[in-house]
Design a binder for this molecule. Structure first.
Ligand code: ADP
Ligand code: MG
Length: 711
């Protein structure tokens, strides 16, 4: 048993069946490490997003303290981090409580004071005995022309110094945890690091001069200098690649198993298609034509379609969904469209029903609101096939609704991601072609991770005739004149969304802020103001929304609930309070609620004091462009990938070892690698395959592991 580890059953989590023993040390709880008690373990868990040794090892340093610079006192520049070899001369202890103690030291070039606040005298004398030769490392500061070092961060005898890291990693920390503690835990973990079978392609590994997995782990935690922190460092590259490869391999595997199942081969482009296109008052845009052509190809093929249709709000996804559904209906099958909320399902139905009726196709809506006899009647129509198209909420599909012959499903995700739900759905259907629609433009690189299991069509061109939204940045202090302006706009018929900021993570606080704003506006505009928030009953929400939609109220004050859905083409003004607190994608989604008709629309981004540089940049981007894909790329640049994908909410694994966009090229390579692997060795039976199994277990890609276990 290596030192640094106490083996107790409590320290082992129940392993995933089949997990290779080699991984055990990585899956132990951090409490198994020397010097890590339950309290520290709790903090580490929070810090590392997990309490296993591998979580700790995946927590990478963000900086280094480089102690290699060892000049003489004379050559030590102001502000530099230096390591000095000194002789201790004399102590002058603090005269008063708030005065520092000073320890005068020298070398052959000059003198320096080591300065300590609140230090105990006996401790100082013990570590710095007069006459002794010591080594001290820290930052040089000049004070009244004299060099000094306040609280050196390492002091030792020349002998002890041999054990002090010349380059010390600096980890991201959280309240209550010191860098020293993290270093100590990591060192203990490294003491029992297993070496794992190599899962990388040898040639690929050589090309990048990548180290083995365990060497890479050691290297990232013992950075030789600041260079070792860069995403381009071979050890970082390797670990990032491993993380991507695990994810892409899992996706490729799931995809392989899904496609193995027979799909249906549909004829496309029949009379119904023609009737629908003829009934439209417009011609399809180029992007729409491309997308439907891609969908047609998928649906004609005997394999199952798994395609993502990406396009901003207003990009024209609805008609594409309708055309895709008609493909199934035209071949005698049923199709369904599922929306994330009741409101959205009804809205889709309002838009789609007329389209389908124009080509003689029957379409029903079924949501949680349909109860009793009415529901039974609908279910009968779905079960006997008289309902050719069924529109409903996501819950609908999970229910025990029986279709006569479901052949195609459209899932409108808006901007909720759920790889898991999607996989479940696909497992449920029998050769059902699936089209997922999302209104969140995602950078290409992220599409691979969020939707790597799907093919992608992009609606990157808006229908013609839209006026650009006039977007203005307004300081909080100028909110009054803006409100005066609204008065005039309302008089000429404008309808206004007023979105209140996210206060911390608390919905209750959001509600309070929105309510306060509502009351202020109500005092001014009377009963022409309405309020919706997440804490209201769905019926009440719907009622207020309906009033806004009908024009019975002019200003709708809302928390971000309006983000998901609602279509009020007559609304032309969007006001977002404390816009700096929203992410770019969120701002983009919100702004997309206006500018849908032919009239000039406005978006006011109201910002508070003390904007950070990033916030300023975000708001600037909003003013510069309306292109969702460009905004998404910018968003990725300005913040982490995990945030964009909302990893925590959706249960989507984020990245710990990889950084996007810095490692994007590795992600694409990992995807290609994974596809090739699965093509050649779908069950991972070769010797590389065996090593890849270890990789999947390491990153807990359960979805893929399930397939391995079932063979
Ligand atoms: P999305 O679902 O992507 O948010 P919609 O499908 O609701 O967008 O389309 C928004 C509006 O644009 C609708 O009123 C729709 O009729 C209209 N539209 C769609 N495609 C075109 C087009 N090619 N030319 C003109 N208008 C279009
Ligand atoms: Mg729509």
């Amino acid at each position: 048993m290596p030192s640094g580890l106490a083996e107790t059953s409590e320290n082992n989590q129940k392993p995933q069946p089949g997990r290779p023993f080699a991984l055990d040390p990585l899956f132990r709880r951090v409490t198994a490490l020397d010097g890590i008690g339950p309290r520290n373990a709790g903090l580490l868990q929070k810090l590392c997003d997990g309490d296993r040794v591998f979580d700790l090892l995946s927590h990478l340093p963000i900086a280094v303290i480089d102690r290699r610079h060892a000049p003489s006192i004379k050559d030590a520049a102001d502000g530099a981090i230096v390591t000095l070899t000194l002789t201790v001369e004399k102590h002058s202890l603090a005269a008063r409580r708030n005065m520092p103690s000073r320890v005068r030291c020298r070398d052959e070039t000059g003198a320096i004071d080591l300065v300590f606040f609140h230090a105990r005298k006996d401790w100082l004398v013990k570590i710095l005995p007069p006459g002794a030769t010591i080594v001290a490392s820290g930052k040089i500061e000049y004070f009244q022309g004299q060099p000094q070092m306040v609280h050196p961060d390492a002091i030792g005898t020349a002998e002890e110094w041999r054990d002090i890291a010349r380059v010390e990693p600096v980890y991201p920390l959280t309240q209550g945890i010191s860098n020293k503690l993290v270093c100590k835990a990591v060192t203990a973990a490294l003491g029992n690091l297993p070496s794992l079978p190599e899962w990388l392609d040898e040639a690929h590994k050589k090309r990048g001069r990548w180290p083995s997995w365990d060497d890479a782990i050691r290297a990232v935690h013992n950075p030789a200098g600041a260079d070792a922190l860069l995403p381009a460092h071979p050890a970082r590259q390797r670990l990032a690649y491993d993380e991507f490869l695990a994810g892409q391999l899992a996706i490729a595997m799931v995809r392989y198993h899904q496609q193995k199942r027979q799909g249906r081969a549909y004829q496309t482009g029949g009379a119904m298609r023609k009737a629908l296109l003829d009934s439209l008052p417009f011609a399809l845009t180029g992007a729409q034509q491309r997308s439907i052509a891609e969908i047609d190809m998928d649906m004609q093929a005997p394999m199952r379609m798994l395609r993502l249709l990406q396009g901003d709000v207003g990009a024209g996804k609805t008609v594409i969904a309708a055309l895709a559904m008609l493909n199934a209906v035209e071949n005698g099958a049923q199709a369904t469209l599922m929306a994330p909320t009741e409101i959205l399902a009804r809205q889709h139905a309002d838009n789609l029903k007329p389209l389908f009726e124009a080509c003689g196709v029957s379409c029903v809506v079924l949501t949680g609101r349909d109860k009793g006899k009415g529901r039974e009647a609908l279910m009968t129509q779905i079960a006997d096939g008289t309902a050719q198209i069924v529109i409903g909420t996501h819950a609908l599909f999970q229910d025990t609704i029986a279709f006569a012959d479901l052949g195609m499903a459209v899932i409108d995700e808006q901007h909720r991601f759920g790889v898991h739900q999607r996989l479940m759905l696909a497992a449920k259907g029998k050769g059902v072609d699936v089209l997922v629609m999302t209104a969140t433009p995602i950078p290409r690189t992220l599409t691979l991770t969020a939707y790597g299991d799907m093919d992608v069509s992009r609606l990157d061109e808006k229908p013609p005739g839209r006026k650009p939204i006039d977007t203005r940045l307004i300081s909080n202090e100028h909110i009054e004149p803006m409100i005066d302006g609204l008065q005039r706009q309302i008089a000429s018929g404008a309808r206004i969304y007023w979105v209140c900021p996210l206060v911390e993570e608390s919905e209750l606080m959001d509600v309070a802020a929105a309510t306060e704003r509502y009351e202020i506006l109500q005092a001014r505009f009377g009963d022409r103001v309405g309020l919706v928030h997440g804490r209201m009953k769905p019926e009440d929400k719907d009622r207020v929304m309906a009033q806004f939609s009908a024009g019975d109220i002019d200003i709708l004050v809302a928390t971000t609930v309006i983000e998901v859905g609602v279509d009020v083409p007559a609304a032309t003004i969007m006001i977002i309070e404390h816009a700096e607190r929203f992410g770019l994608s969120q701002l983009h989604q919100l702004r997309g609620r206006v500018g849908r008709g032919g009239t000039q629309s406005y978006c006011f981004l109201v910002y508070g004091k003390n904007l950070t540089a990033t916030a300023r940049q975000r708001l600037k981007v909003m003013r510069e462009t309306e292109d969702g894909f460009r905004i998404a790329e910018k968003d990725l640049e300005l913040r982490g990938a995990g945030e964009i994908l909302g990893t925590r909410q959706s249960g989507m694994p984020g990245f710990k070892l990889a950084t996007l966009p810095a490692h994007s090229d590795l992600l694409a390579a990992a995807r290609d690698d994974a596809r090739l692997i699965i093509q050649k060795d779908p069950h991972l039976n070769t010797s590389r395959g065996a090593a890849l199994r270890v990789l999947l277990y390491l990153f807990e890609r359960d979805q893929a592991i399930k397939f391995l276990q079932s063979g």
